[in-house]
Design a protein around this ligand. Structure first.
Ligand code: ATP
Ligand code: MG
Length: 218
């Protein structure tokens, strides 16, 4: 029935923001599950520019994170990657991401996907009231974090019932932090991240495996 409905229904776009340093199967499963549960037409992955909550920490070049995200999503016809945050050349705030995507897709409903860990801090994000005007939010489960909205109850009181939905997804105990640590110790990241991303990490010598020669001699 998808054809009939497409004419009448607003497009539904998932928005999966992240540092993606590197992108891993936890991100991909989250996007795939939310696409299915909300019957989304597409999920747009949005790698951050310079991430403010990670200021001071070493984050790989935006271009490398963008390319890994493209490699990881290329085979899925419903996944795409946006450069809005990478090209903004300033700290990434989710509200700016949503403003830009809303401008580019004025006829679509946006569903911002966020893991349970990020959901815990959502009230500290800039302009969260405006974010709720620009998108519906979908909080997904993540091993090691409580998926709850108790801390948001007061703020959600005035919002429509579908402003924030919680979704249980298959548990993927994978983090980019652990992938970076593994790569730096020459331990495997196979099967935690897509094959092409394993190869890209190795090709670009990201996360500097201990004792490995750098090809550029630095
Ligand atoms: P890092 O360890 O560097 O913080 P990360 O694994 O948390 O990396 P991010 O790029 O920070 O990945 O996360 C992007 C989004 O994906 C966030 O909303 C985060 O909560 C969510 N996410 C990341 N990993 C998982 C996972 N394994 N299961 C569910 N959600 C996840
Ligand atoms: Mg994180």
């Amino acid at each position: 029935h998808k054809g009939d409905r497409a004419a009448t229904r607003r497009r539904r776009l998932g928005v999966m923001g992240g540092t993606f340093d590197p992108i891993h199967h936890g991100h991909l499963v989250a996007a795939s599950e939310v696409k299915d549960r909300f019957d989304l037409d597409e999920v747009i992955f949005v790698p951050t520019g310079q991430p403010w909550q990670k200021a001071g920490k070493n984050v790989s070049a935006a271009e490398d994170r963008y390319l890994m995200t493209v490699i990881a999503t290329a085979s899925n016809p419903s996944f795409s990657v946006s450069r809005v945050d990478v090209d903004r050349h300033k700290d990434t705030y989710t509200v700016d991401t949503l403003r830009d995507l809303h401008r580019q897709h004025p006829d679509a409903d946006l569903y911002f996907i966020t893991g349970a860990d990020a959901l815990e801090t959502i009230l500290t994000w800039q302009n969260w009231e405006e974010m709720f005007e620009l998108a519906k939010f979908v909080g997904v489960s993540r091993p090691g974090f409580e998926l709850g909205i108790d801390h948001l109850a007061d703020h959600l009181a005035g919002q429509p019932a579908d402003a924030l939905t919680l979704v249980e997804i298959p548990a993927m105990a994978i983090s980019s932090t652990d992938c970076r640590l593994r790569a730096s110790e020459n331990r495997p990241v196979w099967y935690l991240v897509p094959d092409g991303v394993v190869q890209y990490i190795s090709k670009r010598n990201l996360y500097r495996p201990r004792g490995a020669e750098r090809r550029d001699g630095a």
